[in-house]
Write a protein that binds this ligand. Sequence first.
Ligand code: FAD
Length: 469
Amino acid sequence: MTATGMITLNETTVATLRSNLRGDLLTPEDAGYDETRRIWNAMIDRRPALIARCTGAVDVIEAVNFARAHDLPVSIRGGGHNVAGYALCDGGLMIDLARMNGVWVDPQRRTARVQGGALWGDVDRETQLFGLATPGGVVSHTGVAGLTLGGGFGYLSRQYGLTCDNLLSADIVTADGRLIHTSAEEHPELFWAIQGGGGNFGVVTSFEFQLHSVGPMVTAGLIFFPFDQARTVLQGFRDYAATAPRELFCIPLLRIAPPAPFLPSSIHGKRVVGIVACHIGALADGEAAVRPLRTLGDAVVDLIVPKPYVVHQAMLDATQPHGRCYYWKSEYLPDLSDGVIDTAIEHAEQLTSPFSLIGFFQLGGAIRDVAAQAAAYGRRDAGYALNIACSWQDPHEADKHIAWTRQLWRAMQPYSTGGGYINFLSQDDDNTRVQGALGGPNYARLVAVKNQYDPTNFFHMNQNIKPTV
Ligand code: FAD
C-alpha cells in the first residue's frame, strides 16, 4: 500500500496500471526505483509514489488517465536536466520518458521525428549521419523535450533560430488523455504555446524538427585568457560580437580552470576568462571568423580547431555531470555593458566553488528575425542570456554557494531586460519570474491556452502558467 497526499493506492489499482503499461511501473519497493528517480541536480530529492517508465504514447495516456482518476500529482521526466527539478514529484506519479528516445531522420525532407525522452546527443548522432542538425543545447546529455518547450538556444541559433522555431509539429497527450497532433495548422494555439511555454499543456510524446546542413566539420572549441585580462577580453568580445557573422555562436564565461588534461597545469585552479566558440559556416571561413577571438588577450590555451560538430556538442558534457548540486539564476541582458562586465568580474573574484561559472549565451541573429509574439518564447530582443551556474559537491555547503549566486543575480538586476530564461530558472523562482521570462502579452495568451487545454492545472510541476477558470 502506498500513501499519497490525496488517496491511498491499493495493490489492485496499482496492479491494474502495471498490467496496462508496456513499460515498467516502479514503486518505492521495486529494484531500480532509486536509480530511476535520480535526476541531474542532486539538490532535488523527491519520492514519487509511482514511476511509469513509458515506452510509447499509449503508456503515457494510461499514466495520465490513472493519475487523473486517482487524483495523483504528476511530473514529467524528459531528460531530467531541469535545474529546478520539476521532473520529480513527491508522492505522485512520475511519467518517465527516458526509454522513449528514438530519432528518425528523413534526409529528403530534412526533418527529424524525435521521441519525448531523447537527449540532444541522440538527435545529433542520427542527424549528423546525413550532415544535418537542428539547434539544440550545448551539453549533449540535456533533454530535447524540456529544452524545446522552453525555447532552446545553442551553437546553431544565431544562424537558424531557437529550437522551438524549428519545431514543425508535435504529438501531445493532454490532461484529458487525448493524443493531439499539433502544428501551425492543427491546434495552432496549442502549437504556439509549446514553443516556449514549457511543459504546461501535456506530455509531448514526439517532436518533428526542421533540419539544416551543418558540418560534419565545424571550427570550434574554447579559448582561455588570464583573469587579470577579463575586462579587456570581455569588452573586446562585445565589440567583435556586434558585427560577427551569424555562423559564429559564443559563450564568454568566467570561472576557475578545472584540472582537465587538455588545459595546461599552470592554470589549473586559477580564475580565467574564456570563450566557448562554434562557427558552423564553411571551414574555409572559420579561421577568419574566430581570429578576432584569438587576439582578445594573451591566450593561455587556445583549443579552437576544425573538429566534428558532434564532438564539439559534447565538449562541455564532463563539466556538467549528473549528481552534483546545482543552483542557477538567469537574466536576459541587452548587451555586455561595462556595468555587466565589471559586476561579473567583481563576483567572479568571490567565486565559492571551482565548479561554478558565470556564462553569457550570445543571442541575436536569427532569433531576432522572428516576431516577438510569433511563439510563446519571450524576450527575443535580448543580446545575451546570463547564466549564473553555481555547482558544488557537498550538499551541506549549499547555503554559501546559493548566497553567492543570489548576490550576483541581485547585482545584475539594473542591467536586465526584465526577465530571465525560463529554462534557467530555479525552484525558488516564482510565478512573477515565469511571467518575466515570457513577457506580459505572451503570458496572457498562454493563460488562455492553459484554460482551454488544462483548466485544472493537472500539469503543474513546471514553470507554471496558472489557469484562471
Ligand atoms: P526535465 O527535467 O526532464 O524536464 C523539465 C520540465 O520540462 C518538466 O518538468 C516538464 O514540465 C517539461 N517536460 C520534460 N519533458 C517533457 C515532455 N516530453 N512533454 C512535456 N513536458 C516535458 N537550455 C538551452 O536552451 N540551451 C542550452 O545550451 C542549455 N544547456 C544546458 C546544459 C545543462 C548542463 C543543463 C542542465 C541545462 C541546459 N539548458 C539549456 C537548460 C535546459 O533547456 C533545461 O534544463 C530543460 O528543462 C532540460 O530539459 P529536460 O527534458 O532534460 O528536462
